[in-house]
Design a protein around this ligand. Structure first.
Ligand code: NAI
Length: 258
């Protein structure tokens, strides 16, 4: 990759916060943004954000790592403050951190599983947006991209809690887009299909009958996505190339929901 290229409509020099940047889609996105010249704040609950920031620096890019749990408001406040204190601004945010859904029959879904799924996948996105928007409203510009899922567009047999909170991410996205367009802020979401990450491996381990490659073979493009393919969609929505796109949900699913 060429670092710091002045691509028209690109993000050279922009400050971009990525949550869940330690692994999978978030890591791919952090590296993609940095590879195109953005200054990246790589945030993760685990220490793996530091590995992402190191990899970016090794490749000649600019990044800092922040350890933060998106479901904890004080962590989110510290994370957003780190972006502003280090780089002076916050141009874009990719709220991507999420956890694998507890799978099982609807009637057996426990309150603990429900709370866990919603605390990270919904409250986490809401808390990030809340504190990012505060900065973006003040500065009069910004772009937010949230990670929903195919499960946020259609029902998910065996994964009701995950589906419900991923639908909720779309409600947060559209509401913030409606409220803050007049402040020069765009808010969009992506809905990835099956993507080859640690989360998918975890799901396959939890459910011995699940082979993602077999499931994906039934979809129009017939395969799972790479994390880079999902990151490209997030990049486009965050970039000025998508300057008239807001409140939109972009399925990046190989045609699964078409
Ligand atoms: P992953 O498990 O590879 O990466 C998720 C990262 O988020 C991990 O580094 C993890 O430490 C971090 N994280 C988890 N909880 C956190 C918290 N409370 N605070 C901060 N960081 C936290 O998973 P993957 O696949 O890259 O998932 C990224 C997003 O994409 C998630 O929101 C997921 O729901 C969504 N997604 C994934 C799909 C897939 O097939 N892999 C399909 C559709 C959506």
């Amino acid at each position: 990759t060429t670092h710091g290229t002045n691509e028209v409509g690109g993000m050279n020099g922009s400050v971009v916060l990525v949550t869940g940047a330690g692994s999978g889609i978030g890591r791919a996105a952090a590296e993609l943004f940095a590879g195109r010249g953005a200054r990246v704040v790589a945030a993760d609950r685990s220490g793996s954000a530091a590995e992402t920031a190191d990899a970016i620096a090794d490749a000649g890019g600019r990044a800092i790592a922040v350890q933060a749990d998106v479901s904890v408001e004080s962590d989110v406040e510290r994370m957003v403050a780190a972006a502003v204190s280090t780089y002076g601004t916050l141009d874009a945010a990719f709220n991507n951190a999420g956890i694998a859904p507890p799978v099982g029959p609807f009637e057996q879904l426990s309150t603990a599983s429900w709370e866990l799924s919603s605390s990270v996948n919904l409250r986490g996105v809401w808390l990030c947006m809340k504190h990012e928007l505060a900065v973006m409203v003040r500065q009069g510009h910004g772009a937010i991209v949230n990670t929903s899922s195919v499960a946020g567009l259609v029902g998910n047999a065996g994964g009701a809690a995950y589906s419900a909170v991923k639908h909720g991410v779309i409600g947060l996205t559209r509401s913030a887009a409606a409220e803050h367009g007049r402040h020069g802020i765009r808010v969009n979401a992506i809905a990835p299909g099956l993507t080859r990450t640690g989360m998918l491996r975890q799901l396959e381990e939890l459910d011995e009958n699940l082979d993602a490659d077999v499931v994906a073979s039934q979809t129009p493009l017939g395969r799972v996505a790479t994390p880079q393919e999902i990151a490209e969609a997030a990049y486009w929505l965050a970039s000025p190339r998508a300057s008239f796109v807001t409140g939109h949900v972009l399925a990046v699913d190989g045609g699964e929901t078409c």
